[in-house]
Design a protein around this ligand. Structure first.
Ligand SMILES: C[S@@+](CC[C@H](N)C(=O)[O-])C[C@H]1O[C@@H](n2cnc3c(N)ncnc32)[C@H](O)[C@@H]1O
Length: 381
């Protein structure tokens, strides 16, 4: 089957690596998506185990339409009664880039009407819509007059792993957090520190990577479970095989934050899946005191601006650089920030700069190698 896996800008290459790891072939990089070919088994595996994928879509059909009536007619012409059952709820998501259609919500509404009318014509009644937690999910993409209808094998977005019960200040999207760790080549083979952990997204994703836990292994519902070709036995056996590879993390995973409220939210989120047993949390001002961790991978997203406090954001970033130099020699640090001016004040030369987006914010993800002692001494060693 052809599949289209949606992701976030800048994570396409990482997603390709993940897809190839589960044996999915012919991956083609697109903007915020990867196109590929997969079997039903690989679609189940992708949904359970992708860390940077948001939705796994399968194209149903495509057509040309230049107005709402043409859209309605072509959607109505398809036999939806063979696709899902009356007792299933359904939902439609539309993305529109077209001079012929202005409003994605209206496109979704027209599509819903056409599907409901098809059922009513056939059975005299229609299935219900559930925008939040539908059984059967459709995604519509319109580029000018070209309409592609996809069925969404994931259902709700795959970044909703289920562990986020509380959000503190500006939490990262779970897929972005996992993408940052994969870009930093984290595999759980060294200690990990997020010194400004907020609600703990990077910590949770680090734990999932280090323990080889597929991030959606415990999800209750996927879109493909309402498909007519759903193979429950195959799905259970894929889950079983993936569960068999879970192990305890081998190295410390540590989170620190200056705010009590952030740590409380973090503690609650990490209560999920027994995270707490493996992740250390500490209240620390990053600038003042080192966390007791050596030769670690340090990844964090500091505040991008400090409107609420009196401190200048540039001097805040300078202090970050000073603390990295003072306390974390021998470690490798990565910072993601949308504040490019402040980033320059870190005062360390980045050895890598990766452009990314955090939601609508254009960001840089920068790597700093922190040598223990002088760089010369390291090379002499
Ligand atoms: C953008 S949030 C991090 C969000 C987090 N990555 C998540 O996904 O929830 C920045 C965090 O930095 C913390 N912070 C700010 N200044 C700090 C400092 N000097 N030391 C430690 N943490 C600090 C804030 O309390 C806040 O939780």
């Amino acid at each position: 089957m052809e599949i289209l896996v949606k992701t976030m800008a800048g994570l396409e290459e990482v997603l390709i690596q993940e897809l190839e790891q589960i044996g999915i072939k012919n991956c083609k990089k697109l903007r915020r998506a990867v196109q590929a070919e997969a079997s039903l088994e690989q679609i189940y595996k992708a949904n359970l185990s992708l860390r940077t994928g948001l939705h796994v879509l399968v194209p149903l059909f495509s057509f040309k339409a230049k107005n709402e009536q043409a859209l309605y007619d072509q959607i109505f012409a398809f036999d939806w009664t063979q696709e899902f059952r009356m007792r299933d709820t359904f939902a439609i998501n539309a993305t529109v880039k077209s001079k012929f259609f202005n409003h994605s919500k209206y496109v979704a509404l027209k599509t819903k009407d056409a599907i409901a009318d098809k059922f009513t014509e056939t059975f005299g009644s229609r299935p219900n819509v559930d925008p939040k937690n539908a059984d059967y999910n459709l995604s519509l993409f319109i580029q000018e007059d070209h309409v592609i209808v996809y069925k969404n094998s994931s259902g709700n977005s795959l970044n909703r792993r289920g562990y986020r019960l509380k959000a503190a200040l500006a939490p990262l999207n779970e897929c972005l957090a996992a993408g940052l760790l994969l870009l930093a080549e984290y595999k759980g083979e060294r200690p990990f520190l997020d010194p400004m952990c907020g609600s703990g997204t990077l910590l949770a994703e680090a734990y999932l990577i280090a323990s080889h836990t597929p991030p959606n292994l415990y999800r209750k519902k996927f879109g493909f479970q309402s498909w007519e070709n759903y193979d429950k036995k195959l799905f259970e056996s894929v889950k079983e095989r993936l569960s068999a590879s879970i192990q305890e993390p081998k190295h410390t995973i540590m989170g620190c934050d200056i705010r009590k409220e952030s740590l409380e939210a973090c503690f609650e989120n990490l209560s999920h899946y027994n995270f707490k047993k493996f992740i250390q949390l500490k209240r620390r001002n990053f600038m003042e005191r080192e966390a007791a961790i050596k030769d670690a991978l340090v990844v964090f997203n500091p505040p991008y601006d400090l409107r609420v406090s009196n401190q200048n954001i540039n001097s805040f970033y300078k202090e970050i650089g000073d603390a990295l130099k003072q306390f974390y020699g021998g470690s490798e640090a990565w910072i993601i920030s949308a504040n490019f001016t402040a980033l320059k004040h870190v005062g360390l030369r980045p050895s890598k700069k990766i452009p990314l987006f955090n939601g609508p914010l254009e960001c840089k993800f920068q790597k700093y190698e922190l040598y223990a002692g002088s760089k010369k001494a390291k090379y002499q060693d």
